[in-house]
Design a protein around this ligand. Structure first.
Ligand SMILES: NC(=O)c1ccc[n+]([C@@H]2O[C@H](COP(=O)([O-])OP(=O)(O)OC[C@H]3O[C@@H](n4cnc5c(N)ncnc54)[C@H](O)[C@@H]3O)[C@@H](O)[C@H]2O)c1
Length: 262
């Protein structure tokens, strides 16, 4: 079967779909024939996707930190559009403070989206998927979940928790036909990445990411480039497809070798 119909007949829920990696995941799944419920805190990006794809993409606003809103949206989606076969947790926020400056609020907000949001969505969809004996969940985490980073303690810890949560869920639901995997991107060219760069000095900022920075104990990127969001989305599309039918509990790093998989 050609890739452009690989996910035909499947329905997918994507969070954080309004821009960046989430938007690229919508393109990857819809481009392979899936119907996609594209959700985001902000309406603008997902509405633009719905307009671009016609009936193939359905836009909804969703705050993943709100468990009731998540449960309502999943119930409403399944009642009106049919069973969800695929769920992709992409919504995430970055926290860039050193621990000495990290407020209670920033810590809690980071976990509310990056960890609790993954819990809310995965719990809601996996309950339904296990009843049907099929389904695939992918959580987009970060390579920062696997190596310590300065100024990223809250972010990295929240992502590490999301990875372990997704693997434990995968273990529970595997006997009932549901697969759970994570994709851990390295630096990827999105608004989140650009937000860490020095304003007006983008070229030099990007070069520092690729070359690494010994002052912050950060390796560079062996493959010599910052990822495009489609690089991450292609990995997600593979993991939710039947080509990955025997893969679960896996954490797929898409970081150009940046963490040396140490
Ligand atoms: N860009 C990178 O370098 C990079 C690297 C590693 C991991 N990641 C992870 O990939 C994912 C996507 O990152 P990105 O670079 O596209 O980020 P981004 O900031 O460009 O997009 C994130 C999206 O999530 C949405 N969002 C934020 N809070 C939300 C909430 N409470 N409920 C629903 N949606 C919410 C935002 O509205 C936005 O559309 C994130 O989980 C991020 O942590 C990104």
């Amino acid at each position: 079967m050609s890739l452009d119909q690989e996910l035909a007949g499947r329905t997918a829920l994507v969070t954080g779909a309004g821009r960046g990696i989430g938007e690229a995941v919508v393109h990857a799944l819809a481009g392979r024939g899936a119907r996609v419920i594209a959700t985001d805190l902000a309406a603008e990006g997902v509405v633009a996707l719905e307009t671009a794809y016609g009936g193939r993409v359905v836009a909804r606003t969703l705050d993943v930190t709100d468990p009731t809103a998540v449960e309502d949206l999943v119930a409403e989606t399944e009642a009106t559009l049919g069973p969800l076969d695929i769920a992709v947790n992409v919504a995430g926020i970055l926290s860039g403070s050193p621990v000495s400056d990290l407020s209670d609020e920033e810590w809690a907000a980071t976990f509310a989206v990056n960890t609790h949001g993954v819990f809310h969505v995965s719990r809601s969809v996996s309950r339904r998927m296990t009843g049907r004996g099929a389904g695939s969940i992918v959580t987009v985490a970060s390579n920062a979940a696997g190596v310590p980073r300065t100024n990223m303690a809250a972010y990295a810890a929240s992502k590490a928790a999301a990875v372990m949560f997704t693997r434990c869920l995968g273990l529970e639901v595997a006997p009932r036909g549901v697969r759970c995997n994570t994709v851990s991107p390295g630096s990827t060219l999105t608004d989140m990445q650009r937000g860490m760069w020095t304003a007006g000095d983008e070229e030099a900022s990007a070069r520092r990411v690729v070359e690494g920075d010994t002052a912050t104990f950060r390796t560079g990127i062996p493959l010599g480039r910052i990822a495009d969001p489609s690089d991450i989305a292609d990995a997600v599309a593979f993991l939710v497809s039947d080509r990955a039918r025997h893969i679960t509990l896996h954490d797929l790093y898409v970081d150009g070798g940046a963490t040396l998989r140490a």
